[in-house]
Design a protein around this ligand. Structure first.
Ligand code: GLN
Length: 313
């Protein structure tokens, strides 16, 4: 029997010793102040057991990990029509890149780069006021995690809104193609607020359970998405969840995963576990340096890569 508790504790201890910790994102002011020494890991298995170590209960800014939840919500709202406005291909470019939008007529490559997530925010906003759309997203995430304490860190949202020139450029550019349809400031307001949701590793792993369990929240038995949709979201996380570092993440870890510039990563071992790691230092592609290393070690020790034959097969 694999002792998962010992594995996560060992990994946290190893990460505490690591010297190459990456660099903290500095373009969103409050994120600059986060201590590079922080590391947390939590995982929830298919049978409901939770194993955690390090700063697993400390909330951090989930940033782009929220794009998994907004994609899920928007698919529930508009269905597969969503794919007329957002693609499903890895971009091979940075998370905030604008280059492909011109030749591709304002249709972002995938829902996990900033441009794609801004279109998804625009869809969730349709027919609502921004505060209602933000409230709906937060309630959805709270419901997934089963935790009403999850909140939006307003200081992070405000800081990003004040300095978000690139995202404003992306949104305005897509509006020119008719692919952002609500007032740009409102769509961006929804986007920065869902990026500013604060969660701990434990809350994030709990929120990710539906992707581990074929679309069902295993705690409540409630179906969140169809099995096919859960499988497809996992496929997009594997191919696009780490931007231009997605190939490297698949190579090293081999799990669907979504990173954020706050240093978190949500990874899914389908049928086995939902895993969240957090360490604020980023690599050159904007993905958590030690978060990736921790997941690589977890997969080595558990055999959980989706490319590994199942032990019980
Ligand atoms: N809110 C961040 C941004 O728009 C999200 C980026 C990320 O986490 N990679 O720049």
């Amino acid at each position: 029997m694999t002792d998962l508790g010992a594995i996560v504790r060992d990994i946290a201890a190893e990460m505490a010793e690591a010297t190459e910790r990456g660099t903290v994102a500095d373009y969103i002011a409050p994120l600059k102040a986060i201590d590079l020494a922080r590391f947390g890991i939590a995982l929830v298995t298919a049978d409901g057991a939770c194993h955690a170590a390090g700063a697993a209960d400390e909330p951090f800014s989930i940033q782009s990990i929220s794009k998994v939840f907004t994609l899920t919500l928007a698919l529930g709202r508009v269905g597969d029509q969503l794919w007329q406005r957002v693609g499903r291909e890895p971009s091979g470019t940075a998370f905030n890149s604008i280059v492909q939008l011109e030749t591709e007529h304002g249709i972002p490559r995938n829902p996990f780069i900033n441009a794609g997530a801004i279109v998804v925010s625009d869809m969730i906003l349709a027919g609502h006021r921004p505060s209602e759309a933000i409230g709906e997203i937060v309630r959805f995430v709270r419901g997934l995690a089963g935790d009403e304490a999850i909140y939006v860190d307003e200081s992070v949202a405000r800081a990003e809104q004040a300095s978000g020139y690139r995202n404003a450029a992306l949104a305005n550019y897509m509006a020119a193609f008719g692919n952002v349809r609500r007032p740009v400031e409102e769509t961006l307001g929804v986007y920065v607020h869902h990026c500013a949701i604060a969660m701990s590793c434990r809350q994030l792993a709990l929120a990710g359970r539906y992707l581990m369990a074929g679309g069902i929240n295993p705690e409540t038995g409630r179906r969140i998405v169809s099995q096919r949709r859960a499988r497809r979201i996992n496929a997009l996380m594997l191919t696009c969840g780490h931007y231009d570092g997605s190939g490297e993440f698949a190579f090293r870890v081999g799990l669907p995963g979504k990173s954020g510039v706050g240093g978190g990563i949500l990874a899914i071992a389908p049928g086995r576990a939902a895993i969240a790691v957090w360490s604020p230092g980023l690599n050159e592609r904007g993905n958590s340096q030690l978060g990736t290393l921790a997941l690589e070690r977890l997969v080595q020790r558990t055999g959980w890569s989706v490319f590994e034959p199942a032990e019980d097969a």
